[in-house]
Every structure is written in structure tokens, then in C-alpha cells.
Ligand binder design. Structure first.
Ligand code: HEC
Ligand code: HEC
Length: 306
């Protein structure tokens, strides 16, 4: 297979390759046909360099020529067997993709029995298995660590998966649903609706919910605004709603930060965290389900006390 955009290029490349090989051959030949007649002495070529460095017209040594011809034969054999000449696929029909698929198949065959065993067990049992955790960790490093961190502790905007605090829920079925369908957190931008003062007041009420330092008068003014604008998702007591992914605002865990400035930004501009539907990307193979199962168990196990 090749990606040439025009039929001219494969021919152009093939011609240059073959002409170079033939040209090298002809050149070598032209330099080696002359043999010394018996008794004939090599002639001295006129010039002398570096004071005393002289040049004789001896034929080239045979072993050296042999190596040179060897490389030419190697090149031709290579071009017959493997792709190299324009679009020609080579007698062996080798492709990078073919080699990759062969390796994947070998790996699949090797892991199939291991995976099948884990598929028989429920998530909690798999989570308690050290081998399954080792596989799960590898999968996590491959598919999840770029966002959640290699230790799964997350970062700003990317939830910590080890703390037992969940936006959507930490039971096996919910985790599996998160991985299968993805999640999109929708926190609307309410800055315009509340105005700058209103936003600040609500923010101080939010600060008060988790016992952070706040202005009591502002918080009191913010409370009714919270009930009116926020309680539908974050609940009247601010403890959040997992069905919406609306975070608990009364605890010490913050997705975007718990400072006054961060909270004002969350309220004024809104937040839209997106968790991709990763299960679709776990390969196109029969092991997809098993990988999902092992990842679910790994994430489930992260926040379980052992
Ligand atoms: C492109 C970045 C990205 C990748 C890759 C990613 N995630 Fe996420 N994940 C997020 C974001 C962002 C959220 C929070 C979504 C929100 O704010 O509503 C999230 C949420 C989650 C949640 C829900 C947490 C909770 O508190 O309910 C789980 C579980 C999760 N991810 C697991 C995984 C696993 C396992 C993988 C790998 C298979 C993965 N994620 C890959 C970005 C990512
Ligand atoms: C439509 C539902 C909805 C409404 C209404 C809503 N929120 Fe949110 N809020 C969310 C969701 C969902 C998130 C998480 C966003 C994400 O995952 O990216 C969030 C995130 C936040 C955060 C960030 C929390 C953190 O851990 O960093 C704060 C603060 C917040 N909301 C405060 C408020 C306040 C105050 C109001 C009312 C003025 C409000 N929200 C109204 C759904 C809502």
C-alpha cells in the first residue's frame, strides 16, 4: 500500500532507484575490467600530494569489489521481496499494518483466557485481585492518565478518582456507565443573571457552606439567591446531585478550586467538564468488554479501603 497522490511518482521513484543500481554496477565494472598483463607493472599516476603521497593505477582489490557487488545484489533481492519500488508490494506482501495486526492477534490470544476469567467475576471481586489491579493500572496509564494523572489524583477540572468523593457516583454500575457513555458536566454561566454583586454574594454563601472564611453579611444576602438559582442542581443544602454531576459544595473537595476568585469564576462563566466515552476507544477487538470491566474494577478499587 502506498499513499502516492499521482501515478507519476511511483514510476519516477522506481526508475531513479533502478537506474542508480544499474549505474553503480556499470561504474564498478568499468573500473575493474583492466587486468595487469603478466609482468606488467602498475603505472605511477603523475600527481603527488602532501609531499610524498603517490597514486598507482592498480586494479581495485577483489574482496572490496565483492562487498560492493554484494550490496547491489542485496538491494535487488530486498526490492523483490519487500515494498520499496513505487507501488510494488513485494513478493512477501509485507505491510506495517499487517505486522501490527499479527502482533495484536498474538497478544489477544495470550490474554484471552486471563480476561475471560475476570469477566466471570463481579467488579468488587476483580478489584480485590492483585493481578487484575496490575492489568488495570496499565490500562489506566494508557487510556486515562493524560487527564486524571498517573496516580489518578486528577488536576484542576479533572476529578480525583481516589478520594471517595464522586460527581456522578462510585458504585461499579455508575463507573461503567461513565466510561461507556462519557459525561458532560453543565454548570450554566450565571454572571449576567446575578450581576457582579449578586455573584459575589452567592459566592460568599458557597464559601460559608464548607466553613471557609467568608463575609457573613454577603453570605446572608447570597442565601436566597442560591435557593433561587442554584438549588435545582446543587440541592437546597448545597450537597449536590449525582444525577446531574452537580458537585457537593459543602465538602472540602473542589474540582475548579475553592478560593473566592475560583468560585466567582465558576458561577459567572459556568463550567463544562467533559469526560469522553472512553469505552469506544479501548480497541476494536473482542477484548474491549474485558478491558472496560478491568478499568471499572481498577477505578472502583482506588477509593476502597483495603
Ligand atoms: C480527555 C480527558 C479525559 C480522559 C482521557 C479520561 N477522563 Fe475521566 N473525566 C474527565 C473529566 C473532565 C471528568 C469530569 C467530567 C465533569 O466535569 O462532569 C471525568 C470524569 C470521570 C469519572 C467520574 C468521576 C466522578 O467523580 O464521578 C470517572 C470515573 C472517570 N472520569 C474515569 C476515567 C477513566 C477510567 C478513564 C480512562 C479509561 C478516563 N476517565 C479518561 C476527563 C477525562
Ligand atoms: C443546571 C444545573 C446547575 C445550576 C443551575 C448551577 N450549577 Fe453549579 N455546577 C453544576 C455542574 C454540573 C457543575 C460541575 C461542572 C463540571 O463538571 O464541569 C457545577 C459546578 C459548580 C461549581 C464548581 C465546584 C467545584 O468543585 O469547583 C460551583 C462553585 C458551582 N457550581 C456553584 C453554583 C452556584 C453558586 C450556582 C447558582 C448561582 C450554580 N452552581 C448553579 C450544575 C449547576
Amino acid at each position: 500500500m502506498s499513499d502516492f497522490t499521482h501515478g507519476f511518482w511511483p514510476i519516477y521513484i522506481s526508475v531513479i532507484t533502478l537506474v542508480s543500481i544499474i549505474g553503480t554496477w556499470v561504474f564498478l565494472k568499468s573500473q575493474t575490467t583492466r587486468k595487469l598483463a603478466p609482468g606488467e607493472k602498475p603505472e605511477l599516476i603523475e600527481h603527488t600530494w602532501d609531499g610524498d603521497l603517490q597514486d598507482l593505477n592498480n586494479p581495485l582489490p577483489r574482496w572490496w569489489l565483492g562487498l560492493f557487488y554484494g550490496t547491489l545484489v542485496f538491494a535487488l533481492v530486498y526490492l523483490v521481496l519487500w515494498p520499496g519500488l513505487g507501488n510494488y508490494a513485494g513478493v512477501l506482501k509485507w505491510t506495517q499494518l499487517g505486522e501490527y495486526e499479527e502482533e495484536v492477534q498474538k497478544a489477544e490470544a495470550k490474554f484471552q483466557p486471563v480476561y475471560a476469567g475476570f469477566m466471570q467475576q463481579d467488579v468488587a471481586t476483580v478489584a480485590a485481585d492483585a493481578d487484575a489491579r496490575a492489568i488495570g493500572k496499565n490500562l489506566f496509564l494508557t487510556y486515562c492518565s493524560q487527564c486524571h494523572g498517573s496516580d489518578a489524583a486528577g488536576a484542576r477540572g479533572f476529578p480525583n478518582l481516589t478520594d471517595g468523593d464522586w460527581l456522578y457516583g462510585g458504585d461499579p454500575d455508575t463507573i461503567k456507565a461513565t466510561l461507556t457513555d462519557g459525561r458532560a458536566g453543565v454548570m450554566p454561566a450565571l454572571g449576567d443573571a446575578l450581576g457582579a454583586d449578586g455573584t459575589k454574594a452567592v459566592a460568599h454563601y458557597v464559601l460559608s457552606l464548607s466553613g471557609r472564611q467568608h463575609d457573613a453579611a454577603l453570605a446572608t444576602a447570597g442565601k436566597p439567591k442560591f435557593e433561587e438559582n442554584c438549588a435545582a442542581c446543587h440541592m437546597p443544602d448545597g450537597t449536590g446531585m449525582q444525577a446531574m454531576g452537580a458537585p457537593n459544595l459543602t465538602d472540602k473537595v473542589w474540582l475548579y478550586g475553592g478560593s473566592e476568585a475560583a468560585i466567582i469564576e465558576s458561577i459567572a462563566k459556568g463550567r463544562n467538564g467533559v469526560m469522553p466515552a472512553v469505552a469506544q476507544t479501548l480497541g476494536t477487538t473482542s477484548n474491549k468488554e474485558a478491558k472496560l470491566h478491568l478499568l471499572t474494577a481498577y477505578v472502583y478499587g482506588l477509593s476502597q479501603k483495603r
